[in-house]
Design a protein around this ligand. Structure first.
Ligand code: FDA
Length: 571
């Protein structure tokens, strides 16, 4: 017999959704349902293999969403990957565990989200984490950088280093090279100060040698709890609304779902509906439920329940490019570690930094006007200017990192993937039909001058790194892009031609149901409740108001942990 009413209905059993569901179900008197479109991937080797990054791409557990042609980004269509599985995108991601800068989490409160700052979020990073402390011998041999005080030891999510990293051979070489170009060693990237060279931990089970995803951390150990139920292979279509909605606030009655057998039904939510379908799905579900821009909704005959035009706006992602060099004499080809550096604007621009800072500052009003014009002034230039000034401050005053540079050897080739961390571009995602299919996704890659400059200057910085000893002695010629394609003295225009033909999504989309005051274009308030509703929240990457410098999951686990406490408090 099918139970049809639960206290909380969580849409999306992914990275964030499973945290919320597990924590809410700790109160055994509360019933929680998770609706997940994908299946269990507990035994899927494309998921479990801790060195299997990329194996799941293009398989049935990868949504592989397609963007529209990128007007500023070479006219290309980009693939934005996301996991369709219990555990969500944490089952297919690169497993990097790096948090954010103190000042950029503090910016969330500055913009008007009371209670969201580094000091209030930090305990939740620790609450979610089970840091597997490597033994001393390995720590010393591999120079593993960590400060135990900055890690949680008792949370559900296992983090640590994988076997290959604890056998790394190139740490000193790469550290010395970065030092020679001004980038210091960072003894732990996860304490809110990210600038420097480091070796980051992974979401990994160091004992079993399997990927640690959200389902392994937050669901499987608790799956026998009778008050926590998961419906797999089940798609949420939309929120259904109660006829007795409170005045001025729409009240969700439940969620319409389509089961694996094709039947459609409604599961009721006695207390709340929580959307955790990810930043490329939650805003679509809001629109399909009648929350959004009436001009978008009316195209598909969807009645407006809450007029909230910024649903799906503020989409922020990064562009990923790569440079490669042949290795000298097969040097250190056995090394299987990825090394990272987070340089600041001063590292990348050197003596030019002040000039660049002035130029960009003078450009901010124009950037804000451009973004507003492109989305038909749905987000206002005056609000965007405020956000851009905050971002300028992070880059040039706080000097947070402006690029992630990832170095590793693959098939005998030194490879460097990198992405400028803080482009100013904003895009959008909206429904393109009366279902989640055919969404119109537009990140506006390379939209603004800075976005291109930052990406080009980081490429020059990487060339400089490979030309600096001791690394310089281990590499031969540049194979990608190669000096025939982009000359040694290339200006931004020459770099642009190649960058825009060879980039991909960095798979870090955020902001599509942004947590901000309503008058600044927010979709959810500081309790992550959707404006104009009494019992609908969004808890996933959609709510992050601004991009962060770290990879996303560590911060998403922390947000979801804190959100669960906010819900418990309000109940
Ligand atoms: P998430 O995508 O995890 O969960 C959403 C869930 O909702 C999914 O399970 C989905 O199936 C489900 N769903 C969607 N629509 C539904 C519907 N209509 N009905 C029912 N269910 C529905 N981050 C990091 O920290 N380190 C890294 O190394 C990387 N690397 C990386 C690589 C790649 C290839 C990608 C794509 C992403 C990364 N990331 C990353 C980013 C990170 O993994 C990502 O931002 C988070 O996992 C997103 O978590 P969410 O909770 O927002 O959504």
């Amino acid at each position: 017999t099918k139970e049809t009413a639960y206290d909380y209905v969580v849409v999306g059993g992914g990275t964030s959704g499973l945290v919320v569901a597990k924590r809410l179900s700790e109160d055994l008197s509360v019933s929680v349902l998770v609706i997940e479109a994908g299946d269990s991937v507990f035994n899927n080797v494309n998921v479990t293999n801790p060195n299997g990054y990329g194996l799941a791409f293009g398989t049935e557990i990868d949504y592989a969403y397609q963007t529209v042609n990128q007007t500023y980004g070479g006219g290309l269509i980009q693939t934005m990957r996301a996991g369709k599985a219990l555990g969500g995108t944490s089952t297919i991601n690169g497993m990097a565990y790096t948090r954010a800068e103190i000042s950029q989490i503090d910016a969330w409160e500055q913009v008007g989200n009371d209670g969201w700052n580094w000091d209030s979020l930090f305990p939740y990073y620790l609450k979610s984490e089970h840091f597997q402390v490597p033994d001393e011998e390995r720590t010393v041999a591999a120079h593993l950088p960590f400060d135990k005080e900055l890690h949680g030891l008792n949370g559900p999510l296992k983090t640590g280093w994988n076997y290959e990293q604890t056998n790394s051979s190139l740490t000193s070489t790469i550290n010395s090279t970065f030092k020679a170009i001004g980038v210091p060693y960072n003894p732990d990237v996860n304490g809110g100060n990210m600038v420097g060279f480091s070796l980051y931990p992974f979401t990994t089970d160091s004992t079993l040698h399997v990927r640690e995803d959200a389902a392994r951390a937050y669901y499987f150990p608790y799956q026998n709890q009778t008050n926590l139920k998961v419906l797999l292979n089940t798609k949420a279509n939309k929120i259904t609304w109660s006829q007795n909605s409170k005045q001025n606030a729409a009240t969700a009655e439940g969620v319409e779902i389509t089961s694996s057998d094709g039947t459609t039904s409604v599961v009721k939510a006695n207390k709340e509906v929580i959307l955790s379908a990810g930043s490329l799905a939650s805003p679509l579900l809001l629109e399909l439920s009648g929350i959004g821009n009436p001009a978008v909704l009316s195209k598909y005959d969807i009645e407006t329940v809450v007029d909230l035009p910024t649903v799906g706006e503020n989409l922020q992602d990064q562009m990923n490019n790569g440079l490669s060099f042949n290795a000298a004499n097969g040097f250190s080809l056995a090394d299987k570690t990825s090394y990272i550096a987070y340089p600041s604007v001063s590292h990348i621009y050197g003596n030019e930094t002040l000039l660049v800072a002035e130029n960009i500052k003078a450009s901010l009003p124009e950037y804000a006007a451009q973004v507003a014009a492109v989305n038909g002034n749905v987000t206002r230039a005056s609000d965007l200017l405020e956000f851009f000034q905050m971002q300028w401050d992070l880059i040039f005053t706080s000097q947070v990192p402006i690029a992630e540079v990832l170095v590793y050897i693959v098939n005998g080739v030194w490879t460097t993937e990198y992405w400028a961390l803080l482009p100013f571009a904003r895009g959008s995602i909206h429904i393109g039909s009366d279902s989640t299919a055919n969404a119109v996704i537009n990140p506006n890659y390379f939209m603004l001058d800075w976005d291109l400059q930052e990406q080009a200057q980081t490429a020059r910085f990487i060339r400089k790194m490979y030309a600096t000893a001791p690394l310089a002695g281990m590499v031969l010629d540049e194979t990608r892009p190669g000096l025939d394609t982009v000359s040694a003295a290339a200006d931004d225009a020459e770099w642009a031609a190649w960058l825009k033909s060879a980039y991909r999504s960095n798979f870090h989309p955020v902001g599509t149901a942004a947590m901000m005051p309503k008058e600044k274009g927010g979709v959810v308030d500081a309790n992550l409740k959707v404006y104009g509703t009494s019992n609908v929240r969004v808890i996933d990457a959609s709510v992050m108001p601004f991009q962060v410098c770290g990879h996303l999951v560590s911060t998403l686990y922390a947000i979801a942990e804190r959100a669960a406490d906010l819900i418990k408090k309000s109940a």
